[in-house]
Design a protein around this ligand. Sequence first.
Ligand code: ATP
Ligand code: MG
Ligand code: FE
Length: 342
Amino acid sequence: MKILAIESSCDETAAAVIEDGRKILSNIIDSQVETHALYGGVVPEIASRRHMEAVVRVTECALEQAGMQADEVDAVAATCAPGLIGAVLVGANFGKSLAFSLGKPFIPVHHIRGHIAANYLEFPDLKPPFLTLVASGGHSLIVLVRDYTDFEILGGTRDDAAGEAFDKVARVLGVGYPGGPKIDKMAVGGDPNAYKLPVSHVKDAPMDFSFSGLKTAVINLAHNAEQKGETIDKSGLAASFCRAVVDTLVPRLAHAIDETGVKDVVCAGGVAANSWLRQALTDMAKSKRVQLYLPPLSLCGDNAAMIGAQAYYEFLAGHLGTTAQNAFATAEISEEVCRKIR
Ligand code: ATP
Ligand code: MG
Ligand code: FE
């Protein structure tokens, strides 16, 4: 089964053709990052308008790369939640209209389910049940994937997402948007003990965590240094920050492994590209004797291939959209986007 998938939930307009949820026939990403970098972050209305301009061209490219005509696909899928609502609406409405005009099924996909499904494209043998650490721009969760469309949230952030913390710290250090990759690079060779930064603990919730205290600590540190005219060891601060993020996330995931006894562990989302997190997860997996799956760097950030992968399993579960399918700014990973009303 060949699915044409569309993704437009943030600042990437993307389209892909995926076979049976596992094989990439094409994968096109048009990033708006240079536009938003001018403003230090994503400007929602600009993002929506850029998606509108790009979505047809990107879709045509994906079909061409797959060597297919639109009417040769078996279904059309699109991210319908969560995300910047104006941005999601563009891809969701385009995908829905295309599906019904072709007389094909329309498959609405949850963006974070998609991030997890990116791993199916890299690891043919990966099957639920498995544990997932989701660390992206807007989400940080520990999820038990019981089945392809059955998710249980075990824990998560009480405030900021990991990626959000990276982006804010990057802004404070003056390295601009998007911050994650820049902080990662800046931390190379830095001393992770250069600055003592807080690691959160949520009382009576061993799989929950928080990034706001860490973020505030870095902001205060930078401001104090500025006022006193002291120079910051930027590389040391970036390394200390990466270590604090890792020390927040990895022990919570280790706790989830102990609690559930699940031996397959997956990481997903943009922050899964972080070199400190990848190393720490690799070390933890070795010491706990669990099998770790890390998505390739090319599939960590937003893309449509991951949406096409998840769409296949949503299709098998009968989760189809009607002509009245809507898009949503928020949705729990456990919610069926095709049944969501408000
Ligand atoms: P969500 O998926 O939660 O809706 P999003 O789609 O904006 O949010 P992603 O595309 O999954 O988020 O990931 C983008 C985030 O990942 C950004 O916050 C970015 O800074 C972060 N990121 C990307 N690469 C790295 C890296 N190497 N180290 C740390 N963070 C990174
Ligand atoms: Mg993005
Ligand atoms: Fe994302």
